[in-house]
Write a protein that binds this ligand. Structure first.
Ligand code: FAD
Length: 493
Protein backbone atom coordinates (compact mmCIF):
# COMPACT_ATOMS: atom_id res chain seq x y z
CA UNK A 1 0.00 0.00 0.00
CA UNK A 2 2.90 2.37 0.57
CA UNK A 3 3.30 2.93 -3.14
CA UNK A 4 -0.20 3.59 -4.48
CA UNK A 5 -0.67 7.08 -5.94
CA UNK A 6 -3.91 8.48 -7.35
CA UNK A 7 -3.71 11.65 -9.44
CA UNK A 8 -6.93 13.65 -9.91
CA UNK A 9 -6.85 15.30 -13.35
CA UNK A 10 -4.77 14.92 -16.50
CA UNK A 11 -3.80 18.57 -17.06
CA UNK A 12 -0.12 19.35 -17.63
CA UNK A 13 0.37 19.53 -13.84
CA UNK A 14 -1.20 16.09 -13.31
CA UNK A 15 0.66 14.46 -16.20
CA UNK A 16 4.03 15.87 -15.11
CA UNK A 17 3.51 14.69 -11.53
CA UNK A 18 2.40 11.23 -12.70
CA UNK A 19 5.56 10.88 -14.83
CA UNK A 20 7.85 11.95 -12.01
CA UNK A 21 6.26 9.63 -9.44
CA UNK A 22 6.08 6.63 -11.82
CA UNK A 23 9.79 7.15 -12.52
CA UNK A 24 10.41 6.61 -8.80
CA UNK A 25 8.73 3.20 -9.18
CA UNK A 26 5.39 4.14 -7.62
CA UNK A 27 2.12 2.69 -8.93
CA UNK A 28 0.30 5.68 -10.41
CA UNK A 29 -3.23 6.03 -11.79
CA UNK A 30 -4.54 9.25 -13.31
CA UNK A 31 -8.32 9.86 -13.12
CA UNK A 32 -9.76 12.36 -15.57
CA UNK A 33 -13.39 13.51 -15.59
CA UNK A 34 -13.34 14.23 -19.32
CA UNK A 35 -12.92 11.78 -22.19
CA UNK A 36 -9.67 13.42 -23.35
CA UNK A 37 -6.19 13.94 -21.92
CA UNK A 38 -4.48 17.26 -21.20
CA UNK A 39 -7.07 19.37 -19.41
CA UNK A 40 -7.05 22.82 -21.00
CA UNK A 41 -4.21 21.74 -23.32
CA UNK A 42 -6.29 19.75 -25.79
CA UNK A 43 -7.47 20.29 -29.32
CA UNK A 44 -10.67 19.84 -31.33
CA UNK A 45 -11.29 19.82 -35.05
CA UNK A 46 -14.38 21.41 -36.64
CA UNK A 47 -14.96 21.18 -40.43
CA UNK A 48 -11.28 20.61 -41.19
CA UNK A 49 -10.02 23.38 -38.86
CA UNK A 50 -7.92 22.16 -35.89
CA UNK A 51 -7.97 24.36 -32.80
CA UNK A 52 -5.92 24.28 -29.61
CA UNK A 53 -8.73 25.02 -27.20
CA UNK A 54 -6.71 26.61 -24.36
CA UNK A 55 -3.07 27.72 -24.14
CA UNK A 56 -1.27 28.93 -27.25
CA UNK A 57 1.88 30.70 -25.99
CA UNK A 58 4.58 28.12 -25.33
CA UNK A 59 7.80 29.01 -23.50
CA UNK A 60 10.51 26.97 -21.74
CA UNK A 61 10.25 23.84 -23.94
CA UNK A 62 13.16 22.32 -21.99
CA UNK A 63 10.68 21.60 -19.17
CA UNK A 64 8.79 19.24 -21.51
CA UNK A 65 12.00 17.77 -22.95
CA UNK A 66 13.08 16.98 -19.40
CA UNK A 67 9.85 15.03 -18.82
CA UNK A 68 9.81 13.02 -22.05
CA UNK A 69 13.43 12.06 -21.34
CA UNK A 70 12.21 10.27 -18.19
CA UNK A 71 10.14 7.81 -20.26
CA UNK A 72 11.02 4.19 -20.88
CA UNK A 73 10.66 4.45 -24.64
CA UNK A 74 12.31 7.17 -26.72
CA UNK A 75 9.97 10.04 -27.56
CA UNK A 76 11.02 12.96 -29.68
CA UNK A 77 9.28 16.16 -28.65
CA UNK A 78 9.66 18.44 -31.67
CA UNK A 79 9.22 22.19 -31.49
CA UNK A 80 10.69 25.25 -33.17
CA UNK A 81 11.34 28.84 -32.09
CA UNK A 82 8.95 31.38 -33.55
CA UNK A 83 10.70 34.23 -35.40
CA UNK A 84 8.21 36.76 -33.99
CA UNK A 85 6.90 36.93 -30.46
CA UNK A 86 3.75 38.92 -31.32
CA UNK A 87 2.10 41.45 -33.64
CA UNK A 88 0.31 44.39 -32.06
CA UNK A 89 -2.49 46.48 -33.57
CA UNK A 90 -3.50 49.79 -31.96
CA UNK A 91 -6.71 51.73 -32.57
CA UNK A 92 -4.83 54.69 -34.12
CA UNK A 93 -3.52 52.44 -36.89
CA UNK A 94 -0.06 51.74 -35.37
CA UNK A 95 1.11 48.20 -36.11
CA UNK A 96 4.10 46.52 -34.50
CA UNK A 97 5.86 43.29 -35.35
CA UNK A 98 8.00 42.22 -32.39
CA UNK A 99 10.80 39.89 -33.44
CA UNK A 100 11.93 37.23 -30.98
CA UNK A 101 14.66 37.68 -28.39
CA UNK A 102 16.12 40.68 -26.59
CA UNK A 103 17.48 42.34 -29.73
CA UNK A 104 14.19 41.88 -31.59
CA UNK A 105 12.25 43.41 -28.71
CA UNK A 106 14.73 46.30 -28.42
CA UNK A 107 14.46 47.05 -32.12
CA UNK A 108 10.71 47.45 -31.74
CA UNK A 109 10.97 49.52 -28.54
CA UNK A 110 13.61 51.89 -29.91
CA UNK A 111 12.76 52.18 -33.61
CA UNK A 112 9.00 51.65 -33.70
CA UNK A 113 7.97 53.07 -30.34
CA UNK A 114 10.66 55.74 -30.00
CA UNK A 115 11.82 54.63 -26.55
CA UNK A 116 15.14 55.57 -24.99
CA UNK A 117 17.68 52.84 -25.95
CA UNK A 118 19.43 52.85 -22.55
CA UNK A 119 16.18 52.65 -20.53
CA UNK A 120 14.81 49.96 -22.85
CA UNK A 121 17.92 47.85 -22.39
CA UNK A 122 17.81 48.41 -18.63
CA UNK A 123 14.19 47.28 -18.49
CA UNK A 124 14.81 44.01 -20.33
CA UNK A 125 17.92 43.37 -18.26
CA UNK A 126 15.96 43.99 -15.10
CA UNK A 127 13.34 41.42 -16.11
CA UNK A 128 16.03 38.86 -16.78
CA UNK A 129 17.98 39.57 -13.56
CA UNK A 130 14.83 39.51 -11.43
CA UNK A 131 13.67 36.27 -13.07
CA UNK A 132 17.04 34.62 -12.36
CA UNK A 133 17.03 35.82 -8.74
CA UNK A 134 13.42 34.92 -7.97
CA UNK A 135 12.94 31.71 -9.91
CA UNK A 136 14.89 29.33 -7.60
CA UNK A 137 13.02 30.60 -4.54
CA UNK A 138 9.52 31.42 -5.76
CA UNK A 139 9.05 29.17 -8.79
CA UNK A 140 11.22 26.10 -8.25
CA UNK A 141 10.73 25.58 -4.50
CA UNK A 142 7.91 25.27 -2.02
CA UNK A 143 7.52 28.56 -0.16
CA UNK A 144 5.93 26.58 2.63
CA UNK A 145 8.84 24.33 3.62
CA UNK A 146 11.72 26.11 5.27
CA UNK A 147 14.35 23.72 3.93
CA UNK A 148 13.25 24.46 0.34
CA UNK A 149 13.95 28.17 0.65
CA UNK A 150 16.45 28.48 3.50
CA UNK A 151 19.58 28.66 1.39
CA UNK A 152 21.76 31.13 -0.47
CA UNK A 153 19.07 31.56 -3.18
CA UNK A 154 16.86 33.17 -0.54
CA UNK A 155 19.63 35.54 0.50
CA UNK A 156 20.15 36.52 -3.13
CA UNK A 157 16.41 37.02 -3.64
CA UNK A 158 16.07 39.08 -0.45
CA UNK A 159 19.16 41.13 -1.26
CA UNK A 160 17.55 42.17 -4.53
CA UNK A 161 14.15 43.15 -3.05
CA UNK A 162 14.55 46.91 -3.71
CA UNK A 163 14.92 46.12 -7.44
CA UNK A 164 11.71 44.14 -7.88
CA UNK A 165 9.16 46.93 -7.91
CA UNK A 166 7.23 45.28 -5.08
CA UNK A 167 5.81 48.58 -3.92
CA UNK A 168 4.62 49.89 -7.25
CA UNK A 169 2.20 48.36 -9.72
CA UNK A 170 3.15 46.77 -13.03
CA UNK A 171 1.74 49.87 -14.72
CA UNK A 172 3.83 52.11 -12.40
CA UNK A 173 7.00 50.17 -13.23
CA UNK A 174 6.31 50.28 -16.98
CA UNK A 175 5.84 54.07 -16.76
CA UNK A 176 9.16 54.49 -14.94
CA UNK A 177 10.95 53.07 -17.97
CA UNK A 178 8.83 54.04 -20.96
CA UNK A 179 7.37 57.31 -22.22
CA UNK A 180 5.15 56.09 -25.03
CA UNK A 181 1.72 54.99 -23.68
CA UNK A 182 1.70 52.27 -26.36
CA UNK A 183 4.84 50.72 -24.86
CA UNK A 184 3.31 50.88 -21.38
CA UNK A 185 0.20 49.09 -22.68
CA UNK A 186 2.37 46.46 -24.37
CA UNK A 187 4.34 45.78 -21.15
CA UNK A 188 1.21 45.87 -18.97
CA UNK A 189 -0.30 43.09 -21.03
CA UNK A 190 1.83 40.48 -19.25
CA UNK A 191 -0.36 40.81 -16.13
CA UNK A 192 -3.01 38.92 -18.06
CA UNK A 193 -0.69 35.90 -18.32
CA UNK A 194 -1.69 35.01 -14.78
CA UNK A 195 -5.16 36.51 -14.94
CA UNK A 196 -4.34 39.76 -13.10
CA UNK A 197 -4.77 43.51 -13.51
CA UNK A 198 -1.62 45.54 -14.39
CA UNK A 199 -3.04 48.57 -12.52
CA UNK A 200 -3.13 46.56 -9.27
CA UNK A 201 -0.62 43.73 -9.60
CA UNK A 202 2.87 44.51 -8.18
CA UNK A 203 5.70 45.58 -10.51
CA UNK A 204 7.48 42.38 -9.47
CA UNK A 205 5.12 40.45 -11.75
CA UNK A 206 6.68 42.19 -14.78
CA UNK A 207 9.09 39.25 -14.76
CA UNK A 208 6.32 37.28 -16.51
CA UNK A 209 7.36 39.11 -19.69
CA UNK A 210 10.97 37.96 -19.44
CA UNK A 211 10.55 34.61 -21.22
CA UNK A 212 8.66 36.03 -24.18
CA UNK A 213 10.57 39.34 -24.51
CA UNK A 214 14.12 38.14 -23.90
CA UNK A 215 13.94 34.59 -25.24
CA UNK A 216 10.82 34.23 -27.37
CA UNK A 217 8.12 31.63 -27.70
CA UNK A 218 8.03 28.26 -29.46
CA UNK A 219 5.66 26.24 -31.57
CA UNK A 220 5.30 22.53 -30.77
CA UNK A 221 5.03 20.32 -33.85
CA UNK A 222 1.39 19.23 -34.05
CA UNK A 223 0.27 22.20 -31.94
CA UNK A 224 -0.09 22.72 -28.20
CA UNK A 225 -2.16 19.57 -27.73
CA UNK A 226 0.84 17.56 -28.82
CA UNK A 227 2.54 18.60 -25.56
CA UNK A 228 0.02 16.70 -23.45
CA UNK A 229 -0.19 13.82 -25.95
CA UNK A 230 3.57 13.31 -25.69
CA UNK A 231 3.39 13.55 -21.91
CA UNK A 232 0.66 10.91 -21.86
CA UNK A 233 2.80 8.60 -24.04
CA UNK A 234 5.72 9.13 -21.66
CA UNK A 235 3.52 8.34 -18.67
CA UNK A 236 2.17 5.17 -20.34
CA UNK A 237 5.73 4.02 -21.06
CA UNK A 238 6.39 4.23 -17.30
CA UNK A 239 3.32 2.13 -16.48
CA UNK A 240 0.95 4.96 -15.48
CA UNK A 241 -2.69 3.94 -15.87
CA UNK A 242 -5.36 6.34 -17.13
CA UNK A 243 -9.06 6.26 -16.28
CA UNK A 244 -11.06 8.67 -18.45
CA UNK A 245 -14.71 9.69 -17.89
CA UNK A 246 -13.90 9.18 -14.22
CA UNK A 247 -14.83 12.16 -12.11
CA UNK A 248 -13.55 11.81 -8.57
CA UNK A 249 -16.45 12.21 -6.16
CA UNK A 250 -14.52 12.44 -2.90
CA UNK A 251 -11.11 12.23 -1.28
CA UNK A 252 -11.52 9.90 1.67
CA UNK A 253 -9.58 10.73 4.81
CA UNK A 254 -9.25 9.20 8.28
CA UNK A 255 -7.51 10.76 11.29
CA UNK A 256 -6.00 13.48 9.12
CA UNK A 257 -4.56 11.00 6.62
CA UNK A 258 -5.60 10.24 3.05
CA UNK A 259 -7.28 6.80 2.64
CA UNK A 260 -8.11 6.93 -1.04
CA UNK A 261 -10.51 8.41 -3.55
CA UNK A 262 -14.13 7.69 -4.38
CA UNK A 263 -14.89 7.20 -8.07
CA UNK A 264 -17.96 5.65 -9.74
CA UNK A 265 -19.20 5.07 -6.18
CA UNK A 266 -16.21 2.89 -5.19
CA UNK A 267 -13.39 3.57 -2.78
CA UNK A 268 -9.99 3.19 -4.46
CA UNK A 269 -7.43 2.98 -1.66
CA UNK A 270 -4.28 5.08 -1.83
CA UNK A 271 -1.80 6.50 0.60
CA UNK A 272 -0.85 9.39 -1.69
CA UNK A 273 -3.32 11.53 -3.64
CA UNK A 274 -2.27 14.39 -5.90
CA UNK A 275 -4.99 16.84 -6.92
CA UNK A 276 -4.41 18.56 -10.25
CA UNK A 277 -7.98 19.89 -10.03
CA UNK A 278 -8.76 23.47 -8.97
CA UNK A 279 -7.92 23.83 -5.27
CA UNK A 280 -11.38 25.32 -4.54
CA UNK A 281 -13.09 22.31 -6.15
CA UNK A 282 -10.80 19.97 -4.19
CA UNK A 283 -11.74 21.42 -0.81
CA UNK A 284 -15.36 22.37 -1.50
CA UNK A 285 -16.55 19.33 -3.47
CA UNK A 286 -14.13 16.50 -2.74
CA UNK A 287 -13.56 16.89 1.01
CA UNK A 288 -16.21 19.27 2.40
CA UNK A 289 -15.68 18.12 5.99
CA UNK A 290 -11.96 18.95 6.08
CA UNK A 291 -11.12 22.39 7.54
CA UNK A 292 -10.59 24.81 4.64
CA UNK A 293 -7.77 27.34 4.39
CA UNK A 294 -10.34 30.15 4.25
CA UNK A 295 -7.80 32.97 3.89
CA UNK A 296 -6.22 31.42 0.80
CA UNK A 297 -9.47 30.27 -0.76
CA UNK A 298 -11.20 33.56 0.02
CA UNK A 299 -8.90 35.66 -2.17
CA UNK A 300 -10.14 37.26 -5.37
CA UNK A 301 -10.15 34.96 -8.40
CA UNK A 302 -8.16 35.44 -11.60
CA UNK A 303 -9.85 36.42 -14.83
CA UNK A 304 -11.61 33.98 -17.12
CA UNK A 305 -11.99 34.23 -20.90
CA UNK A 306 -14.41 34.12 -23.79
CA UNK A 307 -12.86 32.35 -26.78
CA UNK A 308 -14.34 32.24 -30.29
CA UNK A 309 -12.89 29.48 -32.48
CA UNK A 310 -13.49 30.61 -36.04
CA UNK A 311 -12.65 28.86 -39.29
CA UNK A 312 -11.96 31.80 -41.63
CA UNK A 313 -11.96 31.32 -45.41
CA UNK A 314 -9.13 33.70 -46.29
CA UNK A 315 -5.41 34.12 -45.66
CA UNK A 316 -4.38 37.33 -43.87
CA UNK A 317 -0.71 38.17 -44.57
CA UNK A 318 -0.84 41.00 -42.02
CA UNK A 319 -1.38 38.49 -39.19
CA UNK A 320 1.23 36.38 -37.43
CA UNK A 321 0.92 33.35 -35.14
CA UNK A 322 0.22 35.62 -32.13
CA UNK A 323 -1.62 38.95 -32.53
CA UNK A 324 -3.12 41.48 -30.16
CA UNK A 325 -5.67 44.17 -31.03
CA UNK A 326 -5.49 46.60 -28.12
CA UNK A 327 -8.42 48.38 -26.52
CA UNK A 328 -8.27 52.16 -26.60
CA UNK A 329 -8.99 52.38 -22.85
CA UNK A 330 -7.02 49.54 -21.23
CA UNK A 331 -7.78 50.61 -17.65
CA UNK A 332 -11.55 50.53 -18.24
CA UNK A 333 -11.20 46.95 -19.48
CA UNK A 334 -9.59 45.76 -16.23
CA UNK A 335 -12.08 47.69 -14.12
CA UNK A 336 -14.83 45.84 -15.97
CA UNK A 337 -13.16 42.45 -15.41
CA UNK A 338 -12.31 42.86 -11.72
CA UNK A 339 -14.73 45.49 -10.37
CA UNK A 340 -18.00 45.60 -12.30
CA UNK A 341 -17.56 41.98 -13.49
CA UNK A 342 -18.69 42.61 -17.02
CA UNK A 343 -17.29 43.13 -20.53
CA UNK A 344 -16.47 46.36 -22.32
CA UNK A 345 -17.57 47.25 -25.84
CA UNK A 346 -13.96 47.84 -26.93
CA UNK A 347 -12.02 44.87 -25.52
CA UNK A 348 -8.42 43.87 -26.16
CA UNK A 349 -8.51 40.88 -28.51
CA UNK A 350 -5.85 38.19 -28.64
CA UNK A 351 -5.87 36.36 -31.97
CA UNK A 352 -3.86 33.15 -32.40
CA UNK A 353 -3.52 31.59 -35.86
CA UNK A 354 -1.70 28.27 -35.53
CA UNK A 355 -2.18 27.56 -39.25
CA UNK A 356 0.47 30.25 -39.86
CA UNK A 357 2.99 27.87 -38.24
CA UNK A 358 1.38 24.62 -39.38
CA UNK A 359 -0.75 24.97 -42.55
CA UNK A 360 -2.31 21.54 -41.86
CA UNK A 361 -4.38 23.19 -39.14
CA UNK A 362 -6.77 24.75 -41.71
CA UNK A 363 -8.07 23.91 -45.22
CA UNK A 364 -6.08 25.37 -48.13
CA UNK A 365 -6.58 29.14 -48.43
CA UNK A 366 -8.10 29.36 -44.93
CA UNK A 367 -6.99 30.12 -41.35
CA UNK A 368 -7.98 28.80 -37.91
CA UNK A 369 -8.64 31.79 -35.67
CA UNK A 370 -8.54 31.44 -31.87
CA UNK A 371 -10.03 34.77 -30.75
CA UNK A 372 -9.77 35.39 -27.01
CA UNK A 373 -11.06 38.21 -24.81
CA UNK A 374 -10.26 38.31 -21.09
CA UNK A 375 -13.43 38.17 -19.02
CA UNK A 376 -14.62 38.24 -15.41
CA UNK A 377 -15.32 34.97 -13.65
CA UNK A 378 -18.91 33.76 -13.72
CA UNK A 379 -20.86 35.32 -10.85
CA UNK A 380 -24.46 35.38 -12.03
CA UNK A 381 -24.05 37.37 -15.27
CA UNK A 382 -26.16 36.56 -18.33
CA UNK A 383 -23.40 34.98 -20.42
CA UNK A 384 -25.62 34.27 -23.41
CA UNK A 385 -26.34 38.01 -23.79
CA UNK A 386 -22.76 39.06 -22.94
CA UNK A 387 -21.22 36.68 -25.49
CA UNK A 388 -23.71 37.73 -28.19
CA UNK A 389 -22.81 41.39 -27.64
CA UNK A 390 -19.10 40.66 -27.44
CA UNK A 391 -19.20 38.75 -30.72
CA UNK A 392 -20.63 41.80 -32.47
CA UNK A 393 -17.99 44.13 -30.97
CA UNK A 394 -15.13 41.78 -31.82
CA UNK A 395 -16.26 41.36 -35.42
CA UNK A 396 -16.70 45.12 -35.87
CA UNK A 397 -13.26 45.87 -34.36
CA UNK A 398 -11.31 43.28 -36.35
CA UNK A 399 -13.23 44.13 -39.55
CA UNK A 400 -12.39 47.81 -39.09
CA UNK A 401 -8.70 47.25 -38.38
CA UNK A 402 -8.13 44.62 -41.07
CA UNK A 403 -10.51 46.34 -43.52
CA UNK A 404 -12.61 43.25 -44.26
CA UNK A 405 -16.12 42.04 -43.68
CA UNK A 406 -15.22 39.32 -41.20
CA UNK A 407 -18.72 37.97 -40.61
CA UNK A 408 -18.91 36.77 -44.23
CA UNK A 409 -15.59 34.91 -43.89
CA UNK A 410 -16.48 32.82 -40.83
CA UNK A 411 -17.12 29.27 -42.03
CA UNK A 412 -17.27 27.43 -38.75
CA UNK A 413 -17.64 28.53 -35.14
CA UNK A 414 -17.40 27.26 -31.57
CA UNK A 415 -17.40 29.34 -28.37
CA UNK A 416 -16.11 28.83 -24.83
CA UNK A 417 -17.15 31.15 -21.99
CA UNK A 418 -16.56 31.20 -18.19
CA UNK A 419 -19.52 28.88 -17.57
CA UNK A 420 -18.08 26.29 -19.97
CA UNK A 421 -14.58 26.52 -18.47
CA UNK A 422 -16.19 25.95 -15.08
CA UNK A 423 -18.36 23.02 -16.17
CA UNK A 424 -15.76 21.20 -18.27
CA UNK A 425 -12.76 21.58 -15.91
CA UNK A 426 -14.29 22.31 -12.47
CA UNK A 427 -12.45 25.64 -12.23
CA UNK A 428 -14.21 27.98 -9.77
CA UNK A 429 -16.26 30.54 -11.73
CA UNK A 430 -14.31 29.50 -14.83
CA UNK A 431 -11.24 31.22 -13.40
CA UNK A 432 -8.19 30.22 -15.43
CA UNK A 433 -5.45 30.58 -12.82
CA UNK A 434 -7.16 30.22 -9.41
CA UNK A 435 -6.52 33.40 -7.43
CA UNK A 436 -5.35 36.59 -9.09
CA UNK A 437 -2.20 38.48 -8.07
CA UNK A 438 -3.83 41.89 -7.69
CA UNK A 439 -2.14 42.69 -4.40
CA UNK A 440 1.43 42.84 -3.12
CA UNK A 441 1.17 39.62 -1.13
CA UNK A 442 -1.20 37.61 -3.36
CA UNK A 443 1.58 35.81 -5.24
CA UNK A 444 2.97 34.64 -1.86
CA UNK A 445 -0.43 33.60 -0.56
CA UNK A 446 -1.23 30.82 -2.99
CA UNK A 447 -2.13 27.44 -1.53
CA UNK A 448 0.92 25.23 -0.77
CA UNK A 449 1.64 22.12 -2.85
CA UNK A 450 0.57 19.98 0.10
CA UNK A 451 -2.53 20.00 2.31
CA UNK A 452 -1.56 21.23 5.80
CA UNK A 453 -4.46 19.30 7.41
CA UNK A 454 -4.37 16.04 5.41
CA UNK A 455 -1.26 13.89 5.33
CA UNK A 456 -0.64 12.28 1.94
CA UNK A 457 -2.55 14.92 -0.08
CA UNK A 458 -0.62 17.10 -2.55
CA UNK A 459 -1.54 19.71 -5.16
CA UNK A 460 -0.06 20.31 -8.62
CA UNK A 461 -1.63 22.78 -11.03
CA UNK A 462 -2.06 26.43 -11.78
CA UNK A 463 -4.45 27.19 -8.90
CA UNK A 464 -1.75 26.52 -6.28
CA UNK A 465 1.89 27.57 -5.82
CA UNK A 466 3.82 28.62 -7.91
CA UNK A 467 0.90 29.81 -10.08
CA UNK A 468 -0.44 30.15 -13.60
CA UNK A 469 0.85 29.07 -16.99
CA UNK A 470 2.28 25.82 -18.33
CA UNK A 471 5.89 26.39 -17.11
CA UNK A 472 4.69 27.13 -13.58
CA UNK A 473 2.42 24.06 -13.49
CA UNK A 474 5.44 21.98 -14.58
CA UNK A 475 7.57 23.50 -11.83
CA UNK A 476 4.75 22.75 -9.39
CA UNK A 477 4.99 19.06 -10.35
CA UNK A 478 8.72 19.10 -9.56
CA UNK A 479 8.00 20.61 -6.15
CA UNK A 480 5.40 17.90 -5.46
CA UNK A 481 7.91 15.20 -6.38
CA UNK A 482 10.41 16.64 -3.90
CA UNK A 483 7.78 16.94 -1.14
CA UNK A 484 6.66 13.34 -1.63
CA UNK A 485 10.25 12.12 -1.52
CA UNK A 486 10.84 14.07 1.70
CA UNK A 487 7.62 12.85 3.32
CA UNK A 488 7.54 9.21 2.18
CA UNK A 489 10.66 8.09 0.34
CA UNK A 490 13.73 9.69 1.83
CA UNK A 491 15.82 7.01 0.13
CA UNK A 492 15.24 8.84 -3.17
CA UNK A 493 16.62 12.14 -1.90
C1 FAD B 1 -8.21 30.21 -23.01
C2 FAD B 1 -6.96 29.91 -22.24
C3 FAD B 1 -5.75 30.38 -22.70
C4 FAD B 1 -4.56 30.11 -22.01
N1 FAD B 1 -3.37 30.52 -22.52
C5 FAD B 1 -2.21 30.10 -21.96
C6 FAD B 1 -0.98 30.26 -22.65
O1 FAD B 1 -0.96 30.81 -23.76
N2 FAD B 1 0.15 29.79 -22.07
C7 FAD B 1 0.13 29.13 -20.86
O2 FAD B 1 1.20 28.71 -20.40
N3 FAD B 1 -1.03 28.95 -20.19
C8 FAD B 1 -2.19 29.40 -20.72
N4 FAD B 1 -3.40 29.14 -20.11
C9 FAD B 1 -3.41 28.52 -18.80
C10 FAD B 1 -3.27 27.01 -18.97
O3 FAD B 1 -4.51 26.43 -19.16
C11 FAD B 1 -2.53 26.41 -17.85
O4 FAD B 1 -1.23 26.93 -17.85
C12 FAD B 1 -2.44 24.89 -17.86
O5 FAD B 1 -2.93 24.29 -19.00
C13 FAD B 1 -3.24 24.42 -16.68
O6 FAD B 1 -2.80 23.17 -16.34
P1 FAD B 1 -3.29 22.47 -15.02
O7 FAD B 1 -2.64 21.15 -15.01
O8 FAD B 1 -3.07 23.31 -13.84
O9 FAD B 1 -4.90 22.39 -15.07
P2 FAD B 1 -6.02 21.91 -16.09
O10 FAD B 1 -5.58 21.95 -17.49
O11 FAD B 1 -7.23 22.69 -15.71
O12 FAD B 1 -6.24 20.38 -15.69
C14 FAD B 1 -6.97 19.96 -14.58
C15 FAD B 1 -7.67 18.65 -14.95
O13 FAD B 1 -8.36 18.14 -13.82
C16 FAD B 1 -9.58 17.58 -14.28
N5 FAD B 1 -10.50 17.48 -13.13
C17 FAD B 1 -11.04 18.49 -12.42
N6 FAD B 1 -11.81 18.00 -11.43
C18 FAD B 1 -11.75 16.65 -11.52
C19 FAD B 1 -12.35 15.59 -10.78
N7 FAD B 1 -13.15 15.81 -9.72
N8 FAD B 1 -12.09 14.32 -11.17
C20 FAD B 1 -11.28 14.05 -12.23
N9 FAD B 1 -10.70 15.03 -12.98
C21 FAD B 1 -10.93 16.32 -12.61
C22 FAD B 1 -10.05 18.54 -15.35
O14 FAD B 1 -11.00 17.97 -16.20
C23 FAD B 1 -8.72 18.84 -16.05
O15 FAD B 1 -8.48 17.95 -17.08
C24 FAD B 1 -4.61 29.38 -20.79
C25 FAD B 1 -5.84 28.91 -20.33
C26 FAD B 1 -7.00 29.15 -21.05
C27 FAD B 1 -8.30 28.60 -20.55
Amino acid sequence: MKHVVKVIGSGVGGLATAIRLAKLGLKVTVYEKNSFVGGKVHSRTFDGYRFDMGPSVFTEPHLIEELVALGNSPILFEHSPLPESCRYFYEDGTRLIVKSGTEGTLKCLIHDLGENPKRSREYLKKLSANYEALSPVFIQASLHRLKHVWNRNLLRAVWNIPRYGLFTTMNGLSKRFFLNPKTVQFMNRFATYNGSDPYQTPGLLSIIGHLELNIGSFFPKGGMANITQQLQKTALSLGVQFEFNSEIEAIETENGQVRGIRVHGNLEPADIVVSNADVHHTYEQLMPTVAKPNKVLGQELSSSAVVFYWGVKRIFPELGVHNVFFAEDYKAEFEAIFKTKTLVSDPTIYLHVSSKADPNDAPVGCENWFVMVNAPVASGQNWIALVQDLRKHVIVKISRILKVSLEELIQTEYVNDPIKWQQVFNGKGGSIYGNNSNSTMAAFNRHPNFAPNVKGLYFAGVTVHPGGGIPLALNGAKIVERLIKEDHFREFL
